[in-house]
Design a protein around this ligand. Sequence first.
Ligand SMILES: *[C@@H]1O[C@H](CO)[C@@H](O)[C@H](O)[C@H]1NC(C)=O
Ligand SMILES: *[C@@H]1O[C@H](CO)[C@@H](O)[C@H](O)[C@H]1NC(C)=O
Ligand SMILES: *[C@@H]1O[C@H](CO)[C@@H](O)[C@H](O)[C@H]1NC(C)=O
Ligand SMILES: *[C@@H]1O[C@H](CO)[C@@H](O)[C@H](O)[C@H]1NC(C)=O
Length: 501
Amino acid sequence: MYGRHESTKQHGSGGRRAVLWLLLPPLLVLIVLKTNFLPEAARIRESGFTRFKDEMVSKVSSLGLDSARWQQKSLDTEKPESAKDQYNNQQNEILATNGAKDASLINSDVEAPALSKLTCNFSNRHSDYCTMEGDLRIHGKSASVYVVASSTHRPENSTITVRPYTRKWEPGTMARIREVSLRSTPPAFSFVIPPKCTVRHDVPAVIFSTGGCGKNFFHAMSDLIVPLYITAHEYNGRVQLLITDYNADWVAKFRPILAALSAYPVIDFDADTAVRCFPAARVGLESHRILGIDPARSRNGYTMRGFRDFLRSVLSLQRAWSTPVSRSSGQKPRLVFALRRHSRAVTNEADAVAALADVGFEVVAAGPEDVSDMAGFAAVVNSCDVIVGVHGAGLTNMVFLPHNGTAVQIIPWGNLKYPCRFDFGDPVPDMGLRYEEYEATAEETTLKDKYPRDHPVFADPLSIERNGKVWEVFLEGQNVTLDIDRFRGAMQQIYQSITTE
Ligand SMILES: *[C@@H]1O[C@H](CO)[C@@H](O)[C@H](O)[C@H]1NC(C)=O
Ligand SMILES: *[C@@H]1O[C@H](CO)[C@@H](O)[C@H](O)[C@H]1NC(C)=O
Ligand SMILES: *[C@@H]1O[C@H](CO)[C@@H](O)[C@H](O)[C@H]1NC(C)=O
Ligand SMILES: *[C@@H]1O[C@H](CO)[C@@H](O)[C@H](O)[C@H]1NC(C)=O
């Protein structure tokens, strides 16, 4: 029902075994005391463990998991269920090392009780995130993650809460994100009895929220897809994604990418009544910058170019490179014009498209209806060398351009150069693309039909910002009427730079 990763294996040793364990401890203590067995036991235990570990490492090395410590844990499928089981396991171990000149016994179903571990990083600007391994029990319905018998447990933070979204600097957005509680229990006795596993997974979990991006493609990419790549790509698909504030449209739209990151169907966390046990988990996504990756902060040295190669492979996009087109050959560079409809629309788009064709581009005009089919539109963008658009989510499609392509941002009126660059300018070079901008003048905005020229909208745009009206006045409140000659001139230069004789 949930997919092939879930084992329905019955856990627990069964009544007969339990009785046996109850009888054994006094006997064992006796043997140990009587026979000077300890050094040898330690030795066998060590070699047995090494062999166990080697086997596991070879078994998982094909998975591409990068840390040996991790590899070892990922195969620890049987974990003690409670303090009492842990005690029993310790007895198991003594029995195994004692009884066993034959090390195969150690490789059977007995193992050292592993302590769990939890580390969190709250010092990032974009997101809080925690990493854990060991005996983890996750109950989506109550948004709880139990970190059982944790060596990193501290009484003062035995419960830690995380809102797993990447816009930590926006309290309004974060308020909509469901809080996930991480509850640690100490290695020894605890009054907190963690729930029993109902489902066991042998791959790590990644928990994040889709509650902060709505239908916005820029936020979906910048807040979630890129961070998800940073956080989960290293598992080569051997990872279970659990989504809180489950946004079904988002999941449907990004299904091909999700399927490339995880071999298993995503789980709607908030609706999930199972207690799922995992050997490792991450709560929250790592995020470095807007629509970007900082290779120095990525455990695996990921880059934005690598991310774009990943997208190209997932969506079967044909062109890796945009190469200069020879003008004399009669070929034309292709340009996609991402058009908007309700705000920041180009009122004279037909004239603008004609001017672009005039300059020498083969133009694809794409409205919001064309852009909504991500895979289809990705192929269109990838077939082009240039994307042009007024500041807005549509420009995010630049991620599908071939390397060396050019992104042109038209900046609306309102002293918006820096915020616009922040979203769609600064991220561009790391993508292996070139960035150009075209800043609309006071003559090129429909605001001039609404406000006199001595109004602060023109005379002092910063005052609009100070009054918190940027969104309303400059982003939602204007369309752009391009000065066609000026626009043609700017695009002519770009044409020259990406073509040869
Ligand atoms: C718990 O608090 C201690 C300090 O008291 C700190 O060192 C540790 O990192 C905290 N653990 C987590 C998971 O935040
Ligand atoms: C936490 O994140 C910050 C910011 O990225 C980083 O500088 C720091 O090294 C991280 N701390 C740990 C313990 O990884
Ligand atoms: C990238 O673009 C520049 C400028 O148009 C050009 O000189 C260079 O040859 C291009 N690189 C490739 C690999 O096509
Ligand atoms: C922008 O133009 C569209 C028509 O393309 C219109 O519906 C909308 O109201 C205009 N918005 C503004 C702020 O002028």
